[in-house]
Design a protein around this ligand. Sequence first.
Ligand SMILES: CC(C)=CCC/C(C)=C/CC/C(C)=C/CC/C(C)=C/[C@@H]1[C@@H](COP(=O)(O)OP(=O)(O)O)[C@]1(C)CC/C=C(\C)CC/C=C(\C)CCC=C(C)C
Ligand SMILES: Nc1ncnc2c1ncn2[C@@H]1O[C@H](COP(=O)(O)OP(=O)(O)OP(=O)(O)O)[C@@H](O)[C@H]1O
Ligand SMILES: [Mn+2]
Length: 319
Amino acid sequence: MLQLPETPRRQVSQVKSLSSLEDAYEQCRQVTADYAKTFYLSTLLMTPEKRRGIWAIYVWCRQTDELMDGPQAANSTPEELAATLDQWQEQLESVFAGHPIQSEDVALQDTIKRFNLDIQPFQDMIAGQRMDLQRSRYDTFEELHLYCYRVAGTVGLMSAPVMGIEPFCDRLQPPWAIPETTPGSPIEKAVALGVANQLTNILRDVGEDARRGRIYLPLDDLKRFGYTEQELFDGVINDQWRSLMQFQIERAHQFFAQAEDGIRSLEKNARWPVWSALILYRRILDVIKHNQYDVFSKRAYVPKRQKLLSLPKAWVKSL
Ligand SMILES: CC(C)=CCC/C(C)=C/CC/C(C)=C/CC/C(C)=C/[C@@H]1[C@@H](COP(=O)(O)OP(=O)(O)O)[C@]1(C)CC/C=C(\C)CC/C=C(\C)CCC=C(C)C
Ligand SMILES: Nc1ncnc2c1ncn2[C@@H]1O[C@H](COP(=O)(O)OP(=O)(O)OP(=O)(O)O)[C@@H](O)[C@H]1O
Ligand SMILES: [Mn+2]
């Protein structure tokens, strides 16, 4: 279980008890290995400096996600969750200012310094979590795309400087917008991979989200395909639903295709984990289709054996 900070700022005396840099990275390694085994395996081929950086970012992202999705969140009011995000934001600023608060921050701070990371994608991810507190519907794909950028496209922006990508000079804009990226640039493709993963995640979790009263699929798409919110809550699988899902799956594929193209811009020793993440996540779309678009009573997942088998495939692609 991930440890979340109890207080916004620890006293100086407590800061002394933070882990050493080695221990902090070891903690991040352990969390990554526990939470995402296949992904962890595929990071082992990166240079030690890079993989440690990716683990530190992974842990920060995982913790950010857990703030809203974890067991503590289930027993909190929206006001408490908003306050938790404020506190998390303060802690982030503190790490970027060189003052780590929890042990994992010691590793993140080192990664930030080493790879000259920008705070904006981190802030944007927190803003994405805030969207979940503020809304449970998206009218258009444009609105959903902003959400996907914030909660997942940002991962591409955070990890690209660590993995090594050229050129990494696209201008970042204020947190309410998706950063301006040069069309067709590798960094745009890095964002596209996060968006593709998040769209896939949304399709896989339609039923689970509906049970929480949430619909991520754009409402204007539902309308266009003649499928109602009530039908979604009732788990109706009809021709309209199948067509709607085919359209959404195709859209996710387009983002995966954009991302594929970007992987060759990464430094060679960083390509394997990215290919494996892409192949694994994209496969979920095939499973949804195989399940005849029943995302209400079935969870589309890729069996462990297949996951492991995809590692050599990703390896070959990364050569
Ligand atoms: C090498 C590599 C793949 C690096 C990324 C590792 C990293 C830092 C991952 C963080 C993932 C994370 C915990 C994000 C928090 C928000 C979240 C949960 C997003 C969803 C991930 C799937 O997780 P899961 O299935 O466990 O979700 P549940 O909570 O169980 O529902 C996401 C769908 C998004 C993850 C986004 C990526 C992996 C994007 C990675 C993009 C790059 C590394 C850019 C590559 C560069 C080019 C040029 C293509
Ligand atoms: N069943 C799954 N099918 C496809 N991709 C998955 C699946 N589970 C996780 N992923 C995603 O694939 C990437 C690699 O995860 P990995 O396969 O290492 O997870 P894991 O070790 O099986 O653990 P977990 O399923 O608990 O996330 C991550 O982005 C992860 O979120
Ligand atoms: Mn998971």
